[in-house]
Write a protein that binds this ligand. Structure first.
Ligand code: SAH
Ligand code: SF4
Ligand code: F3S
Length: 449
């Protein structure tokens, strides 16, 4: 093969935006492309197929993907055989618009069509028909099996256990891009993780939009707690994480599995979104602050050192200063170990689209900054509390030139460590004890003990 030719007929380039679901969908597409004989390249100028896996959760995500597409479509100029394919959540929501805006795009297909990627690429070229553009909508939805994903080599792997979302949060576009909730059978998940362990992965993150609603609406007998127990029994696996959990899908079985399964890490990401009941109700989140509080206290009682992280939205429709103050006081009350904060971004097709009583942009930005300041101070304080303690760190990276390693504590804190004296550096995938000596809001630093 001539590596210097500008494009080769069997190469692909992939760019990924969005959440871990999308990252994993790209890993699956990589698996499918490899199986079909394509080789990955880092430079889009050398690819015969350019894949852009998009996100559309907020307007900024759309803008990022569009600007990238604007650049990438240049690679088709003078080289019509190059295929430009757009996948992911924006592709699902904006099929016709994208086609109108950028007619160069050859294939536009949403997340549920990932498994049809190879047949769709094949259908782009029909002898004698000239170029045709495919909107990947008329393909049958195959069984919910996972194609062989190609993950980056490492210690920790993403594993889909559930897809789609049956909730209808007023602000959120995801149910419109990822379809109804479906769960994979426990046996298939366990088998996939066994194979991952056999090739060296030590930690898995179980993925789903409402991962703790696992099994609901899918005819699966097993609950999320049962799934955690089954995965906990896999020999050679060291750690289990999962994301995202929904407050309305919490149950006692999940909490007891977190308490009893040694490999399930003491960390829960449980999006609160707002501290105000009236906003939670307008968001149609399906729980109150009191219910959230109740689950947090049951969890903290069962798993004493558990860390709790969350997602928060400011500037949603109808948010008053008083509502916002309730979000700040919820942050104080729950003392989150981390939070992703977002300014509400209206999304076409969602229930809240068209509601007009949003706070002004300036006000929302000001609230966002206040919230972030609050959280930064809290998280720094929480990290300071770790100084002097010993943390068990799963080593994800070792940098021999800097004589340093990095990884995560059980509570998902980022830890960097050096060694003392000339003791050997550990290998990736090992768990080492690290005495914490200092911290920033981004994580902890220490020495291997
Ligand atoms: N299924 C998960 C997360 C989905 S998207 C859950 O239910 O929590 C991740 C986060 O993006 C959400 O938790 C929410 O905080 C944020 N988000 C979703 N839609 C948004 C919008 N339109 N504007 C701003 N933030 C949004
Ligand atoms: Fe979106 Fe709500 Fe579903 Fe999460 S639970 S994906 S926020 S609709
Ligand atoms: Fe994820 Fe973005 Fe879709 S957050 S589910 S890739 S809209």
């Amino acid at each position: 093969m001539d590596d210097d030719s500008p494009t080769q007929s069997d190469t692909y380039y992939i760019k990924t935006f969005g959440c871990q679901m999308n990252v994993h969908d790209s890993e699956r597409m990589a698996g499918l492309m490899a199986e079909a004989g394509f080789r990955a390249v880092d430079d889009p100028a050398r690819a015969s197929v350019i894949l852009v896996n998009t996100c559309t959760v907020r307007d900024k995500a759309d803008q990022k993907a569009l600007s990238d597409l604007g650049r990438l479509r240049q690679h088709k100029k003078g080289n019509e055989t190059v295929v430009l394919a757009v996948t992911g959540c924006m592709a699902e929501r904006e099929q016709e618009n994208l086609h109108r805006l950028m007619p160069e795009i050859d294939l536009i297909a949403g997340p549920s069509q990932v498994r049809n990627l190879i047949p769709m690429l094949g259908d782009l070229h029909h002898p004698g028909e000239g170029r045709r553009v495919l909107l990947g909508r008329n393909y049958e939805l195959p069984e919910m099996t996972t194609p062989p994903a190609i993950r980056p080599p490492g210690v920790t792997a993403l594993v889909t256990v559930q897809e789609g979302c049956d909730k209808a949060c007023a602000y959120c576009v995801v149910p419109r891009t990822r379809g109804a909730e479906r769960s994979r059978p426990v046996a298939a998940i366990v088998e996939e993780i066994r194979e991952l362990v056999a090739v060296g992965y030590r930690e898995v993150t179980l993925l789903g939009q409402n991962v703790n609603g696992y099994g609901k609406n899918s005819g699966t007998k097993e609950s999320f707690g049962d799934l955690l127990r089954a995965v906990n029994d896999i020999d050679g696996l060291l750690r289990i994480r999962f994301t995202t959990s929904h407050p309305s899908d919490m149950d006692a079985g999940m909490i007891s599995a977190m308490k009893e399964c040694k490999k399930v890490m003491p960390h829960l990401h449980l999006p609160l979104q707002s501290g105000s009941d009236s906003l939670l109700s307008r968001m149609d989140r399906g729980y109150s602050l009191a219910l959230y509080r109740d689950w947090v206290s049951r969890l903290r009682e069962a798993v004493p050192h558990v860390s709790l992280t969350t997602d928060l939205i400011v500037g949603f429709c109808g948010e008053t200063e008083e509502d916002f103050a309730k979000t700040l006081s919820a942050v104080e009350e729950f003392r989150f170990d981390g939070a992703f904060c977002f300014i509400y971004s209206p999304r076409p097709g969602t229930p809240a689209h068209g509601w007009t009583d949003m706070p002004s942009r300036d006000l929302s930005v000001a609230r966002f900054r206040r919230l972030e300041e609050h959280l930064d101070a809290l998280i720094l304080e929480k990290n300071r509390n770790q100084v002097g303690r010993v943390q068990e760190v799963l080593v994800e990276r070792v940098d021999p030139s800097l004589e340093r390693l990095s990884g995560r504590s059980p509570q998902f804190r980022h830890v960097r460590a050096t060694r003392e004296g000339d003791r050997p550096l550990p290998e990736t995938g090992e768990v080492v004890s690290v005495k914490i000596r200092s911290c920033t809001k981004a994580g902890l630093e220490g020495v291997i003990v």
